[in-house]
Design a protein around this ligand. Structure first.
Ligand code: NAD
Ligand code: DAU
Length: 348
């Protein structure tokens, strides 16, 4: 069975491709990725050799309808798992149009290719979405699948638009669409612009760790492997046209995450984990910064049997270890363009 994984060279996608190839021997995986700044073939190193005949990489832009339709003709996929996206909120503030193009037009292009290709046969489209489509919570409550969409950033608005298109293709054309909405992921191969790897790279470089606002904003965290376990379950057990929230009931405020990272990093360097706040600098807040996210994953637990396995403290310690052991990986992705981006967001 052929399965197309878009965005398979990115953080969550590459972890998914490894999991799928090792746990689903009957699948042949075709990664479709444009290799933007966030996509990296090193994330897929060794797969061609280990899984020869079951793995193909195709460089393509999901918004390029000719390229996507050709891939559908060549590969006749039974499943599409759509991870490809512009994914970083701060970048969507600097330049929203790339987000509209990839996340809205790209999703529409894939949905339409699937509609044409799956006229006479069954196929499933798994839309990878985010809790950010629900907007911000106050100090209490949690997002359920019935929470109205109220995105704040160009990123989350583009993801909400993509979800609505996917649901419209289900209602109008009967396309077998399932949507998962997950909370903040962490783990290996995450691009070092996101909170956890960014802070680790700053510490290693001897720089202060920039926390937005007062650091009290809350995010709900899940290890990337638990997210991907949920995606596999949604592919195999999800009901057509349904949305499933994925989360591990692990809320933390940002300042606590940064202090936990500092403890792990100082200890790893053989230094006493004291005076943590001297490594932190509070910086200008992100425009439209959502206050709090919290996922209620009851529906996925009930219907899919979803059970996250990674305890946050263990997952975080392993992630820190991975970044310390793979400094070359994150240094290689810090190109000139990346340094330019950091100085735009954080100042010189
Ligand atoms: P990422 O930025 O690490 O990777 C995105 C991948 O998509 C890269 O490989 C990039 O090259 C590729 N891509 C971008 N534009 C493309 C285009 N036009 N055509 C083809 N490929 C393109 O992102 P991530 O953090 O791995 O997120 C993957 C998906 O999961 C996204 O849809 C994101 O919205 C969703 N999500 C992420 C999180 C999180 O915490 N990171 C949480 C919930 C949902
Ligand atoms: O909730 C799911 C979403 O999580 C995904 O849909 C997005 O793709 C993913 O990027 C992530 O979005 P966030 O905006 O929550 O993640 P980020 O790592 O950018 O920031 C996490 C929190 O940390 C947020 O409250 C902003 C704060 N932050 C972030 C950075 C990069 C800082 O305080 N300082 C920083 O330098």
């Amino acid at each position: 069975m052929n399965i197309i994984v878009t965005g398979g060279a990115g953080f969550i996608g590459s972890n998914f491709v490894r999991m799928a190839l090792s746990q689903r021997p009957e699948w042949r995986v075709i990664v479709v990725d444009a290799l933007t700044y966030a996509g990296n073939l090193e994330n897929l190193d060794g797969l061609e050799k280990t899984y020869s005949g079951r793995y193909r990489f195709a460089k393509a832009d999901v918004a390029d309808s000719a390229a996507i339709e050709k891939l559908f003709e060549q590969e006749s996929p039974s499943i599409v798992v759509h991870f490809a996206a512009e994914s970083h909120v701060d970048r969507s503030v600097l330049g929203p149009m790339d987000f509209v193009r990839t996340n809205v037009l790209g999703t529409a292009t894939l949905l339409d290719a699937a509609r044409k290709s799956w006229r006479d046969k069954a196929g499933r489209f798994l839309q990878i979405s985010t809790d950010e489509v629900y907007g911000a919570l106050g100090d209490t409550g949690a997002f359920t699948e019935a929470t109205p969409l109220a995105p704040s950033s160009p990123y989350s608005a583009s993801k909400a638009s993509a979800d609505l298109l996917a649901l419209a293709y289900h209602k109008t054309f009967g396309l077998d669409v399932v949507i998962t909405r997950c909370c903040n992921n962490y783990g290996p191969y995450q691009f070092p612009e996101k909170l956890i790897p960014f802070m680790i790279s700053r510490f290693v470089d001897g720089e202060k760790l920039p926390v937005y606002g007062n650091g009290m904003n809350v995010r709900d965290w899940i290890h990337v492997e638990d997210h991907n376990r949920g995606v596999l379950l949604a592919i195999e057990k999800g009901r057509p046209g349904e949305v499933y929230n994925l989360g591990a009931r692990c809320e933390r405020n940002n300042i606590d995450i940064v202090r936990s990272l500092l403890k792990l990093l100082l200890t790893a360097k053989g230094k006493p984990a004291v005076d943590l706040d001297s490594h932190i600098t509070f910086v200008k807040d992100r425009p439209g910064h959502d206050w709090r996210y919290a996922i209620d994953p009851s529906k996925a637990e009930r219907e899919l049997g979803f059970r996250p396995e990674v305890r946050f403290e263990e997952g975080l310690a392993k992630t820190v270890q991975w970044y310390l052991e793979n400094e070359k990986w994150w240094r290689d992705v810090q190109s000139g363009a990346y340094r330019d981006y950091v100085s735009k967001v954080y100042g010189a």
